[in-house]
Write a protein that binds this ligand. Structure first.
Ligand code: SF4
Ligand code: SF4
Length: 308
């Protein structure tokens, strides 16, 4: 476990990058978008007295099924067919959480999501397990598309464990459905908010066969920022990488993810932080992605692919 004293933590982070330089002196850090998130994390450590990953935003994927089929789903859920869904058992999810927090000292924001998160049958039990690590994460959110009414055990768990429910507002979902979801959250004293920001187009899933320079352009302009994806015990640079490899749309590149299934624990903390901090020119998934400045346009949130 890394030291939580802010100055010593900063020192530990900079050692991970490049010798004994300070963060401000280390130009490699300043030059890389993905290094920048760790730079911000380290700076935040001076304020929040947390570990170097205090601004790490992590999606914890519990479900790949969804009630919608959004054309521009960044998580590629629209490409899962019935045969490709591999339900994670509650014991598996608990184990993935155990491995995560045995290795990563602190996560700034954890988002439990899918697919449609509320389709996961034992979500209440999973949140109850996650909260055992409450001192190792900051904000805790779960996402829903507002099509499913939360069960009473889930409402109780959300309130008890102080999760913020983020309801996505899509024109394709009737307002009445969202109203009913919101009413039950209010009635049960669960924190919630509604998000309705426009989306960026990201429809493609087939390889573009981009050259290295173009891949680097995509990666450096990535709109995903510091959003990492944790799926089936693998810590990926982004959801496209996690699900693009799961769906077989791209080949797994071992540099693009950190596998907590093989080796995990305190001794791996430094390796995991190195992975999160290492400078990357691009990743394999950037070849099937347009979620980047100059490669995308604004589209309607939640636009649906018509059923066959
Ligand atoms: S509702 Fe969310 S998870 Fe489901 S397809 Fe749309 S964007 Fe993807
Ligand atoms: S595939 Fe590349 S551009 Fe797309 S979200 Fe991931 S890192 Fe960003």
């Amino acid at each position: 476990m890394l030291d939580t004293h802010p100055e010593r933590t900063i020192y530990a982070v900079t050692r991970l990058f490049d010798g004994e330089k300070t963060i401000e002196e280390n130009e490699i850090v300043e030059d890389s978008g993905h290094f920048r998130s760790v730079l911000l994390a380290a700076r935040a450590a001076t304020h929040y007295k947390k570990s170097p990953v205090s601004q790490l935003h992590l999606d914890f994927v519990v479900e790949t099924r969804c009630t919608l089929r959004c054309r521009h789903c960044n998580n590629l859920m629209q490409f899962y067919d019935t045969s490709q869904h591999k339900q994670q058992t509650i014991d598996e999810l608990k184990t993935y959480a155990d491995h995560l927090f045995a290795t990563i000292p602190y996560v700034g924001q954890i988002c439990v999501l899918g697919g449609e998160t509320l389709l996961y049958p034992e979500l209440d039990q999973f949140l109850d397990h996650l909260v055992k690590y409450r001192d190792q994460y900051g904000d805790a959110h779960i996402f829903t598309n507002g099509t499913i009414q939360p069960s009473q055990p889930l409402l109780d768990s959300l309130r008890r464990n102080r999760f913020l429910v983020e309801i996505s507002k899509y024109d394709s979902v009737p307002e009445e459905k969202r109203k009913a979801v919101k009413a039950s959250l209010v009635e049960n004293n669960v924190n919630w908010c509604e998000t309705s920001s426009p989306w960026k187009a990201n429809e493609a899933s087939t390889p573009h066969h981009r050259d290295e320079a173009t891949l680097q352009q995509v990666f450096s302009g990535c709109l995903c920022g510091h959003c990492r994806s944790y799926y089936r015990g693998e810590l990926h640079i982004c959801p496209r990488s996690a699900h693009g490899t799961d769906l077989g749309l791209i080949e797994k590149n071992e540099d693009d993810f950190f596998d907590l299934n093989k080796e995990w624990g305190h001794s791996l903390t430094e390796q995991a932080l190195r992975f999160l901090a290492k400078p990357m020119p691009s990743i394999a998934a950037c070849d099937i992605c347009n979620y980047s400045y100059n490669f995308t346009t604004e589209v309607t949130a939640g636009d649906q692919i018509k059923k066959d």
